[in-house]
Design a protein around this ligand. Structure first.
Ligand SMILES: *Cc1c(COP(=O)(O)O)cnc(C)c1O
Length: 375
């Protein structure tokens, strides 16, 4: 059977037990397991606040929206972002009628702090940093820049479930205003679709609770009126239906138990790959600061003959991928064309190697052999 590029491993029996609990209890919507997942995630990451959502995409939208509401940002104001990311990162900016400005990338394929600083204008309000492949890149320098220029910082941590630096999740660092995780079907902590938004401040966390659930403020009546008025609530905002559900949370709770163990296996595979490719002068390996604690959602290489390599490996039953196309090549972000030349160049040579729990050491050896043969 062909080797897939990304393939989640579900702990099926244990997941089903959690799902069964939901079904037997008759509680599959918001609450119950979603609250449990929020508590477990806070314990695991050290975040003070956590709200379980139906995806990372909606979390990024809420992050931009709430910051815009609370800080008086205007339509047309700018947020500095990366062009090499899943499109959701930049859609979140566009949802709020703001403008993504694209900074170039560094050797980690994360945003280059030098270019970020160059792209700041009087309209710049925030930076969205993507921990590409789980790498923390130069997030510390980006934090300094944001503090210096009074910019808000959103961390798109879709790839970063389990990434730590000296045992600490970077999303909890001082200076990160909000961190958004993805538990989408092929991410390190896979469910069906879901995600988590973690604010550093209580006010934004409270607003998230309401905005993610149709703007409903249940507290107003719950606080003052018990009993017969339990059904009453106010609607404070024109909110959205963005909350996660107990079925997904039941799966997430199970998968979370295995996250560290699985990320350790990812690192083992990455070490094998790095060893296997380091003597090939035509292959460029992407380094990772704090490689020992990186979640390694993706393993990418920079190669001269990307398309050819993709095809040849595919003929051998090894399916690789591309993460990601430069977003300024998409029609909706074409206005950013030319803003990040290094990102454009790199994105044309990036190839994602298989990296998941189903790979055997022999699979990895075969992949290394084939790649070195074709590049
Ligand atoms: C997967 C991904 C997203 C979107 O996550 P969903 O949970 O699918 O909405 C956002 N940003 C990056 C970098 C991603 O890889």
């Amino acid at each position: 059977m062909a080797i897939q590029v990304l393939k989640p491993k579900f702990h099926v029996e244990e997941c089903l037990e959690g799902v069964r609990e939901c079904l037997e209890k008759g509680w599959t919507g918001m609450g119950f397991k979603t609250v449990e997942m929020e508590e477990e995630w806070k314990k695991y990451t050290g975040h003070k606040y956590a709200y379980y959502l139906n995806s990372n995409t909606v979390g990024l939208h809420l992050a931009v929206k709430i910051l815009k509401m609370n800080n008086g940002w205007a339509d047309g104001d700018e947020i500095i972002s990366t062009p090499i990311t899943f499109v959701s990162t930049n859609l979140a900016i566009a949802y709020e009628n703001m403008k993504p400005v694209f900074a170039d990338v560094d050797d980690y394929l994360c945003m280059d702090p030098v270019d970020v600083e160059k792209k700041i204008t009087p309209k710049t309000k925030a930076v969205i940093f993507v921990g590409y492949g789980g790498r923390v890149g130069q997030l510390d320098k980006i934090i300094e820049i944001c503090k210096k220029h009074n910019l808000k910082l959103i961390l798109d941590a879709a790839h970063m479930s389990g990434t730590k630096v000296n045992g600490v999740c970077p999303g909890t660092w001082d200076g990160v205003d909000v961190t958004v995780y993805s538990f989408q079907a092929v991410k390190n902590l896979a469910t069906g679709d879901s995600g988590m938004i973690c604010w550093a401040d209580e006010k934004s966390a409270e607003m998230t609770r309401m905005l993610a659930w149709c703007g409903i403020n249940k507290d107003t009546y719950a606080r003052s009126n018990k009993g017969t008025y339990a059904w009453k609530y106010d609607v404070d905002y024109i909110g959205y239906k963005y909350n996660g559900n107990a079925i997904m949370a039941a799966i997430a709770l199970t998968q979370l138990k295995y996250l560290d163990e699985e990320n350790a296996r990812r690192r083992q595979i990455v070490n094998m790959y790095n060893e296997g490719f380091k003597n090939n002068p035509k292959i460029k390996i992407i380094p990772a600061p704090h490689a020992d604690e990186c979640s390694y959602h993706l393993y990418e290489l920079i190669v001269p003959n990307r398309e050819e390599l993709l095809n040849k490996l595919s003929d051998d039953g090894i399916n690789c991928g591309v993460h990601y196309r430069d977003n300024t090549e998409y029609s909706v972000f074409a206005f950013g064309d030319g803003q990040a030349p290094k990102a454009r160049e790199v994105s044309q040579h990036l190839i994602t190697m298989p990296l998941h729990m189903w790979l055997t050491d022999d699979d990895v050896k075969t992949i290394i052999e084939k790649v070195n043969q074709y590049v």
